[in-house]
Design a binder for this molecule. Structure first.
Ligand SMILES: [Fe+2]
Length: 154
């Protein structure tokens, strides 16, 4: 039913670059206890709804509490970090019968994603929510580098 709704909405404006924003990513990420299994029925329904929509330029998700980018069915799925605690990076299989003491939730810096449409592509920047430690700012010392890098472009 929701897949039918999505398919109908995507058919309304096929010339308009469109982003799909959803909670669970439709892809297996390697963190087994947070995973989406590729054989879950909703993934097949979602694939069917999005597959005929070449104007979809990106799929944005959460749930994993980590910054992850993955290609899926010709789309880029961008998964954002959490504004709360993060999920530890551990790609080992997990046994629900054997709590092995691995890190699961960590108090790493909250983050967010900024999505920039450059007129052709959706560009996703993953950013820390905390302040940065500044190493250089644009002043006369950096001016030569800026000139050099810009001069490399046609
Ligand atoms: Fe979730």
């Amino acid at each position: 039913m929701r897949a039918d709704w999505l398919k109908a909405r995507l058919a309304e404006q096929t010339d308009r670059p469109t982003v799909i924003v959803m909670h669970h990513p439709p892809v297996e990420t390697g963190i087994e206890w947070m995973n989406t299994h590729p054989d879950e029925p909703w993934v097949a329904r979602f694939r069917d709804a999005v597959g005929g929509a070449p104007h979809v330029v990106g799929i944005l998700c959460g749930h994993i509490h980590r910054a992850v980018a993955v290609g899926w069915e010709g789309q880029t799925v961008s998964i954002c970090r959490s504004t709360a605690p993060q999920v530890a990076l551990d790609l080992r299989p997990i046994d629900p019968d054997v709590p092995d003491g691995r890190a699961m939730i960590v108090a790493d810096t909250p983050g967010y994603a900024l999505h920039y449409w450059n007129g052709q592509h959706l560009v996703t920047h993953f950013e820390d929510a905390d302040d940065h430690v500044l190493l250089a700012r644009y002043d006369v010392r950096m001016q030569a580098l800026v000139r050099e890098l810009l001069a490399e472009r046609p």
